[in-house]
Design a binder for this molecule. Sequence first.
Ligand code: MF3
Ligand code: CO
Length: 252
Amino acid sequence: MAAITIKSAKEIELMRESGRILALVHEELEKIIEPGISTMDIDKKGYELIKGFGCIPSFLNYNGYPASICVSINDEVVHGIPNKKHILREGDIVSLDAGVIYKGYHSDAARTHAVGTITPEAQRLIDVTRESFFEGIKFAKAGNHLHDISKAIQNHVESNGYSVVRDLVGHGVGRELHEEPQIPNFKTVGRGPKLVPGMTLAIEPMVNAGAYDVWWLEDDWTVVTQDGSLSAHYENTILITEDEPEIFTLKK
Ligand code: MF3
Ligand code: CO
């Protein structure tokens, strides 16, 4: 198992810029979300934006993944493959997951959006998922342990009557998209590694309105809820410091 990398000041500077660009990409993608567009339209726009910022879309060809943006609708949890036949409809929720490489450094972030008017229940799922990230990172501080974050995410999700996906987790991020450590959004054995300034982490709760069980579609990528319930995703790349974490992929 590779060790957790601690980034130098120079590396942090590059990751900060990588994250700043990714925040802008998400901001622009949100603007085109409306009934009638295809998930392929979102991917095309994402590719153009990322290239336009002089970055590389890190998901494209990652383990054979065929697109730049993962677009997951309703009961799709993550890794939906863009398709020109998949059209957003009023009332859907859609998760966009994107990654960029800037001067060799990755950032990774996801958002879930409403398509037109959605039910209050769907909106609450989106809100609780985002909130669980912020509950988690209250513990993202040097001296704490990784699983303090995991526990806080799970507590927020479950106290709102939802469930946390078990089969996928967050991860360290830096020169690679996926670095050590794995970051579960739920309680596991032990406290996890101690958090140290200079760690850069992609924390990404995936939350189902129903049960946490998921399976993979025939395309070997798209993850869906087994019970057909809605699922939301929220992710940012953060930096551990002595005090508050810095969120690279949110506008300052
Ligand atoms: N954001 C995803 C993650 O954290 C990456 C998607 S996998 C890819 O693991 F193949 F689409 F790149
Ligand atoms: Co990720």
